[in-house]
Design a protein around this ligand. Structure first.
Ligand code: UD1
Length: 423
């Protein structure tokens, strides 16, 4: 079990290259089976969640090769259309294989993803949309089975712009006859990346990035090349780390526009943020001001994934910062751990109020989810003495070379294995 040992007090200085996006590569890996053929992906981060997806692809009968940032998938030998519980449980995003296997095989059986550390995370919107495309859905024994002799394009309106449901519809609709029009679709940049990959594979999709997406068929190509988009949440993590620790950090290989909601708040707190074509630089000296109210919303609103990260950057800011979490019911679990460092945070339902303190002191804390774990490391950068973040593997689900990246910027962060002292 990893433990992140953070010795606070160092300002961050220098440059870092941002990894490829976890939330883009996972649906793209699922999409690699749609229409068969070979997919060559570049800029893939090395993450536990990526390993879990590759394990699923291998189980389904695909051959998979991974070398540094490149992944090659040959889905020609795909021979299975179900995913066992043990593989599904490894990560939430495996639900994306539902639309992809349905498109490829006309039938898919997998165990329902169930709850996770962020709350119940239902898939009713995914199932309703697949049913509207013509799939019969059966749920029994903890498994979901979707079957369709023929999928038919139709108009689907999502009750909420769910990222996962939008992606599942795009995947399944590639195999549908006629046009599918998806309205109230999620608009996240990762949806645009999925559209770009599927179109490179031979799909005809347009509208991703807006609330209305049209999918009008598929003419398979034998080989597809695609470079995964940069990870806006990893970039937000390093920006919040620099805001928390102070210093001058330049992030390379980012899309600055994808970070606007985060950089706007950081600017309002007193950070200097400058954007280049593919880079962002953040400088912070002196005490930060409290953030203006942060309300998580579907893109282009403030990302739920950055809520905990920004909260950590606010712990010593002057005044009170208010956070409203609208996406997930259970996304303040980092708060009790931040309090152990001396943070002053009050939670009432979906609202957290952070009153800036003069000092944080390192303590042993536990990572409760991926972004919550990263947030604890960020808080540790601004704390006196040592903060030990005991983690059951959450952070490595989403960050490549996390400790090395922070250390290269001057932070004193080490990844250790838990000993009996820390357990
Ligand atoms: C969410 C985030 C996404 C982030 C990802 C990883 C939003 C809108 N989505 O995507 O930006 O990258 O987590 O942390 O911020 N829901 C249902 N029924 C469904 C599907 C979803 O009720 O069938 C609800 C969820 O419980 C949740 C909300 O809709 O409250 C957002 O879900 P969704 O966008 O699907 O989540 P992810 O795809 O996991």
């Amino acid at each position: 079990m990893p433990v992140w040992k953070v010795c606070g007090g160092n300002a961050l200085e220098g440059s870092a290259v941002v990894q490829g996006a976890k939330n883009a590569v996972l649906p793209i890996l699922a999409a690699s089976i749609v229409g068969g053929g070979v997919s060559c992906l570049d800029n893939c981060p090395k993450l536990l969640d990526v390993d879990a997806s590759l394990e699923i692809l291998h189980y389904l009968g695909c051959s998979v090769m991974q070398n540094r940032g490149k992944i090659l998938i040959d889905s020609g030998g795909m021979s299975r259309n179900h995913i066992p519980h043990a593989l599904m449980m490894k990560m939430r995003s495996s639900v994306m294989f539902m639309g992809a296997i349905l498109a490829r095989c006309g039938e898919v059986r997998l165990s329902a993803p169930g709850g996770c550390e962020l709350g119940s995370r239902p898939i009713d919107l995914h199932l309703k949309a697949l049913h509207e495309l013509g799939a019969e859905i059966e749920e029994s024994g903890g498994e979901v089975c979707c079957r369709a002799s023929k999928l038919k394009g139709t108009h689907i309106n999502l009750d909420f712009p769910s990222v996962g449901a939008t992606e599942n519809v795009m995947l399944a609709a590639c195999a549908a006859e006629g046009t599918t029009v998806l309205t109230n679709a999620a608009r996240e940049p990762e949806i645009v990346d999925l559209q770009n990959f599927l179109n490179a594979k031979g799909a005809k999709i347009h509208g991703a990035g807006t609330a209305e997406i049209h999918i009008t068929g598929f003419s398979p190509r034998s080989v597809t090349e695609h470079a995964v988009l940069p990870d806006r949440i990893a970039a937000a993590t390093y920006l919040c780390a620099a805001a928390s620790a102070g210093g001058d950090v330049r992030l390379e290989r980012v899309v600055p526009a994808h970070l606007n909601t985060v950089t706007d708040v950081l600017r309002s707190m007193g950070c200097e943020v400058a954007e280049g074509e593919r880079e962002v630089r953040l400088r912070r000296s002196g005490r930060l001001n409290a953030a203006r109210p942060v309300v998580t919303k579907p893109y282009p609103g403030f990302p739920t994934d950055a809520q905990a990260l920004l909260m950590s950057a606010c712990l010593k800011a002057g005044g009170t910062s208010v956070f409203v979490e609208n996406i997930f019911e259970n996304r303040f679990r980092h708060v009790s751990e931040l309090r152990r460092l001396g943070a002053d945070i009050r939670v009432e339902g979906r609202v957290a109020m952070v009153s800036g303190v003069a000092k944080l002191t390192g303590a042993p804390v536990s990572a409760c989810d991926l972004r919550g774990g990263a947030a604890l490391v960020i808080a540790g950068l601004a704390a006196e003495n040592v903060t030990e973040v005991i983690d059951t593997g959450h952070v490595e689900r989403g960050y490549e070379r996390f400790a090395q990246t922070l250390s290269a910027l001057g932070a004193d962060v080490q990844r250790c294995e838990a000993t009996s002292d820390t357990e």
